[in-house]
Design a protein around this ligand. Sequence first.
Ligand code: INI
Length: 157
Amino acid sequence: MAAVIEGKMVDPGGRFAIVAARFNDFITERLIGGAEGAFDAHGIDPDDRVDLIWVPGAFELPLACQKVAATGRYAAVVALGAVIRGSTPHFDYVAGEAAKGVSKVALDTGVPMIFGVLTTDTIEQAIERAGTKAGNNGAKAACAAIEMASLIARIGD
Ligand code: INI
């Protein structure tokens, strides 16, 4: 039988970073709250072990994530934001570049990057995913960060 290597939902040690987009911050604040709650629930005290970095909008997330990852101080980075389509074609550019950019940072640096950016058609859909009827994507992102940090430590160099 194959030897299974997977991340565990236990504190892998080290620090975590949340990089958050201020655009639509009434949503992003809820995602941050969800992420901090999930870290705390897994024994990672946000006051001691989590740094919060703000950027203007989701488009700016990749560069800040890259700088944060390059410090070598973080076990994983959680990118949070809310890109809401509304009536603007800007949506596709912002959402696409944010997703591509954050993914590239993970591959370039080897530091797990978690994409906790909501991409929704409406504000209502964003609210649903930010702690109301569809759960809190910030909390899910923090859990993914813990699992990936644990996995990467287990795989080793
Ligand atoms: N940024 C977001 O984070 N969410 C959005 O919904 C959004 N919309 O719709 O425009 C948005 N735009 C700003 C963008 O991220 C940059 O901050 C801006 O273009 C400056 O580079």
